[in-house]
Design a protein around this ligand. Structure first.
Ligand SMILES: Nc1nc2c(c(=O)[nH]1)N[C@H]1C(S)=C(S)[C@@H](COP(=O)(O)O)O[C@H]1N2
Ligand SMILES: [Mo]
Length: 157
């Protein structure tokens, strides 16, 4: 799993409707360093809200608009890894994954890429994807709207 092609498949994908596990803990990993972040810890960070989000499924159609709230990914990584980084791989408990370049994550401050903990002003359920990656820039697909985020792997080289 090395090329960007394999990490960001261009094809349609059948979405998994049900959570693979109950545990919503996200592990932030860089090299050997691993930090476990539960929803309570993630809610202690300043939260951002992104309105007018759609989940554009090529299989079951578009749902939304949703207003998602959560921790900006850029701020979360900067808090634990202030030195420059190149990519972050976002991996879910069911093996679904996406890869985001640092400049895309950092420059998205107007419309932040977030780890969502809430939707429409109430907590996200595990069924709905807690903790869910929301990439508001993705408008034609939902391949980056990763449910049940389990691991963030920060790549520096
Ligand atoms: N963990 C995980 N996230 C995922 C998927 C998946 O299979 N597993 N499918 C993606 C795809 S292809 C779609 S269309 C949406 C569906 O989101 P929904 O179940 O909220 O409608 O989730 C995205 N995120
Ligand atoms: Mo999809």
């Amino acid at each position: 799993m090395n090329s960007d092609q394999e990490w960001n498949p261009p094809h349609a994908h059948d979405p998994n409707p049900s959570p693979p596990t109950d545990d919503p803990t996200v592990t932030l990993a860089r090299g050997e360093s691993k930090i476990a972040l539960g929803p309570t810890t993630l809610r202690d960070f300043p939260q951002r809200t992104v309105a007018n989000c759609y989940i554009v499924s090529t299989g079951h159609g578009t749902s939304g608009p949703f207003s998602f709230s959560g921790v900006p990914l850029a701020a979360l990584i900067a808090r634990y890894h202030p030195e420059p980084w190149r990519l972050v791989d976002v991996i879910s408990a069911d093996g679904f994954r996406t890869r985001l370049p640092a400049e895309e994550v950092i420059q998205a401050d107007d419309l932040p890429i977030i780890l969502a903990l809430s939707v429409d002003g109430r907590p996200l359920t595990r069924q709905e994807g807690l903790v869910r990656l929301i990439v508001p820039q993705e408008l034609d697909d939902a391949l980056r709207q990763v449910k049940w985020v389990k691991e963030l792997r920060v790549v520096t080289r």
